[in-house]
Design a protein around this ligand. Structure first.
Ligand code: HPA
Length: 243
């Protein structure tokens, strides 16, 4: 079954991907963030989608998550590996740390969170474990194989953005058990579950979350973390796909 990689901040193209074709897609939910890029990564056929748009012009709350996941389902995707830049909340999630989270708490609001719109019967999907254990395992094993440290679990807190959080918001999230904070984890994960696609996430901490360091959080500092961190994440994904 085809695997998709969804790239986030700092991952608008996948290094090592031998591109075969590209396709701009719209569906009943609207326009997909960017053309679907079909290609081969370390021998594995994949499709790549950059969620913030090809020109990086779509903030987290404006992304059409439903159009994106529907397009991947229609393309025959059975597995998604999603990549997210995050802020580190817990001590072990220092800047530069890669994590394969196992849980998520959704603090976002006003987003279109379901495909079951207007259906006569409410559908209650099981979301106890939001991320696929097989995919998480493959990513973790790939990281170990490459000797790249990666946290094998953690709780992702998804905020609305596009502003960063206040220190008090981060303190509350920490009390709730969040280890990392990002803006795009939801509703992507739940839509993939509704679509019957196995889904997991690999994150890179590009800053300490608000109030967790004395330094101001700047885009420039985040950018400098992204370059080397995303190279490592690409290597882990390639290894996981070829394994
Ligand atoms: N908060 C929310 N989203 C983020 C952050 C953050 O600190 N860093 C990168 N994405």
């Amino acid at each position: 079954m085809l695997t998709a990689v969804i790239g986030g901040t700092g991952l608008t193209r996948l290094s090592g991907l031998e591109v075969k074709s590209q396709e701009s897609v719209s569906n009943r939910w609207g326009d997909v963030s960017a053309p679907l890029v079909y290609g081969v990564l370390k021998g594995a056929e994949i499709v790549f989608l950059t969620r913030h748009g090809a020109g990086y012009n779509m903030p987290p709350h404006c992304i059409n998550y439903r159009a994106n996941i529907q397009a991947l389902k229609d393309a025959g995707v059975g597995h998604i590996i999603a990549v997210n830049a995050v802020g580190g909340i817990s001590q072990r999630m220092d800047t530069g740390v890669i994590c394969i989270p196992d849980q998520i708490i959704d603090y976002s609001w006003g987003r279109k969170t379901t495909f079951f719109e207007g259906s006569e019967h409410p559908v209650f999907i099981d979301f106890t474990h939001p991320y696929d254990p097989g995919l998480r395992d493959a990513l973790h094993k790939a990281a170990m194989q490459l000797d790249i440290p990666a946290e094998p679990g953690g709780v992702y807190g998804c905020t609305q953005g596009p502003r960063l959080e206040t220190a008090a918001e981060i303190r509350r999230m920490e009390k709730d058990g969040c280890d990392i904070v990002g803006m795009t984890g939801m509703p992507e994960a739940v839509l993939a579950r509704e679509a019957g696609i196995k889904y997991s996430v690999i994150t890179l901490a590009v800053n300490r979350a608000a109030g967790k360091s004395d330094q101001e959080i700047t885009m420039a500092a985040m950018q400098s973390m992204l370059q080397t961190g995303m190279e490592k994440i690409c290597a882990i994904i390639s290894e996981a796909l070829s394994g």
